[in-house]
Write a protein that binds this ligand. Structure first.
Ligand SMILES: Cc1cc2nc3c(=O)[nH]c(=O)nc-3n(C[C@H](O)[C@H](O)[C@H](O)COP(=O)(O)O)c2cc1C
Length: 206
């Protein structure tokens, strides 16, 4: 087994961490600044952490515009990145001067949300309207503060394209979600052939 201690470097051509913890869903986060100007950026340090209430979160390496906006306005929108939106999602990661619009740069349409001021990506088939619940600065095991911020939000409104519902069941693979792997450029998507099912031990009939 190859072994390394991250504090002393990985000694490999690329850091394997995010290639191992992958593929990851993408937190495609729309927010507005205090003046109401829209912002959009992808965050692959992203996941869902709770059912009731639903809580999702992303981690920003450094205090980026999305974090500033969400702390200022207490709201954001998560958008599902689908295969046909992958290039636009990538474009929206460009570092633009604060207040310049990633929607315009990526050729995307901001659609009004119902409960929050941040817009939805109209082209995305699933959007979560969220209210900030916590913004937490990460620390190492010794308590040293890290310049990384975990933004957690309660999902207060969910939009789902009807085409992704079959008899009321959400079709995960049909959406062709984009998933981030490792290195500078690797992504995956999924289709129904990748599916398998497991019944949890506690849920099996005897
Ligand atoms: C697929 C993808 C995933 C990314 N994931 C993260 C992430 O998890 N954390 C982070 O800080 N930046 C991440 N970035 C970089 C940000 O999107 C980029 O710094 C962006 O300009 C931040 O925008 P903002 O300042 O408007 O929030 C990612 C970029 C891409 C393309």
């Amino acid at each position: 087994m190859y072994f390394y201690q991250p504090s002393q470097g990985h000694g490999l051509p690329h850091d394997p961490l995010n290639a191992i913890v992958g593929p990851r869903p993408i937190g495609w986060i729309a927010s507005v600044d205090a003046q109401g100007r829209p912002n959009l950026a992808p965050y692959s340090f992203f996941n869902c952490f709770n059912y009731r209430p639903p809580i999702i979160g992303f981690a920003s390496s450094g205090w980026k515009d999305s974090v500033q906006n969400i702390v200022d306005t207490k709201e954001f929108v998560w958008n599902l990145t689908t295969r046909d939106l992958a290039v636009a999602m990538n474009e929206s990661s460009a570092s633009l001067p604060h207040g310049e619009n990633e929607f315009t740069r990526a050729g995307l349409t901001p659609a009004p949300s119902l409960l929050v001021k941040a817009p939805r990506v109209a082209e995305s088939p699933v959007n979560f309207e969220c209210r900030l619940s916590q913004c937490i600065q990460l620390t190492g095991a010794d308590g040293t503060a890290v310049d990384t911020w975990l933004v957690l939000g309660e999902v207060v409104g969910i939009h789902i394209a009807e085409s992704l519902l079959e008899n009321g069941i959400y079709q995960t693979a049909r959406a062709q979600p984009v998933l981030r792997a490792g290195g500078p450029s690797a992504y995956y998507t999924i289709d129904e052939s990748h599916r398998f099912d497991l019944i949890r031990p506690d849920a099996r009939q005897s």
